[in-house]
Design a protein around this ligand. Sequence first.
Ligand code: PLP
Length: 494
Amino acid sequence: MNYKSTRDVRENQGYVSAAEAIKEGLAPDGGLYIPESFPAISADEFVKLGKMNYAERAHFILAKFLDDYDQTLLASDCREAYSEERFPGGAAPLHTMNDGIYSLELWHGPTSAFKDMALQLMPRLLSRALKMTGEERISHILVATSGDTGKAALEGYKDVDGVKITVFYPVDGVSRMQKHQMQTTGGKNTYVAAVRGNFDDTQNGVKAIFSDRSLAENANENGFFFGSANSINWGRLVPQIVYYVSAYCDLVNSGDISCGDKINICVPTGNFGNIFAAYIASKMGLPVNRFICASNSNNVLTDFINTGVYDRTREFYKTISPSMDILISSNLERLISVLGGASLTADLMAQLKENGVYKAPDELMAKIREVFSGYSMNEEETSAAIAEVYKNEHYLIDPHTAVGYGCIKKYREATGDETKTVLASTASPYKFAPAVADALGVSYDEDNIFALLTKLADETGTVVPEPLAKTLGLEVRFTEVLDKEEMPDLVFRV
Ligand SMILES: *Cc1c(COP(=O)(O)O)cnc(C)c1O
């Protein structure tokens, strides 16, 4: 399987292997790597997949994309990443909701958010890629985080061969729970520091290190190079294809659908990575009728799907679904390239960079609208959806999942299409406990978020996820706070 940049217009040139794509992250021309074609899953293979466990399904799908990898090692990486120890009770179970909606719970991993699904496996893929490409240096992963990604990356890269990870977060820009989760991380190759300033300062600090040539040379002399862990890397995307196929198999096994029936898929979306993975699954043969792209008040994607204009020059809102507070959805570039070609992609991305806005041609928009619909939820609607689902079916959902749920309802009302729908549930409600408590009218002490978890469990008769409960008792290990200017020193010191 060959990979190519989304912006590369050359015919039969510029290909790299999966290992190279995963090691490099971004293509040299600034584009993202995509496979030259999408491998098919045959009807026979769907039957086979139905009988496998999650780790086996993961290996089966990954083998089609990572054919340069040693398959025995890849299979064992999948087994370890999705083990019972890391995902107690199963990696991606389905919860049946009312009205033909199935909540695909992607938050049973070590950090209680869906990023674990990719970040438990991707570091292993990177570690293998380094060996396969003859890389002798250590990859030092630098992450600037506003919350979820930092902890998921720390847990994923912890004690993985050939890599080291440093996570920076804005000192007052993450929730108490998120901060505590990061500060208590174990592992020999992990480091966490708080940066004075906001998320932009933190991210700019990391970007400055990435783009400083003398730092790169210095790192090289010291036997390492800088790497990143964000969702533009193909290695983070490919594990996400698996759970959509897996959910379909589970629905067939439970008799909720027959093999071949079409489903709808709704994804609470930020960077467009998770929903694009679902789209790839459909390109491989998963029977999907429609993708519902769900946004919060930062509804740049809803507007794009409905008008064809992508405009990031707009007000930015801080919402109760913060992991979707994004104005540049990087992975949309992959969809544009697949449906519109490399030359158009290069052109539109240049316009976005220069002016913050572009208008996609009608032919492209027609193709996108054939399978994608976009809806958005404001803050009140999101909160009301949490309360409604809890009241009607005694099921607790987090604000991101609630955005998705509400968008399914809006889509159904607008179209009358009642096709059975898989809803990607991207975080545990306990990870966003204050917003959930507010929605349910449960009172709490702002200064004691940890007590709130127990209270929420008592009030709703649900349980605090084990990894979150465990974290509460762990000792704080990282307390360093520094200025942005001190970040380069730190990465050579740790
Ligand atoms: C990252 C994240 C999202 C958005 O996923 P994308 O792949 O960026 O679209 C949604 N919900 C939660 C809880 C997340 O952490």
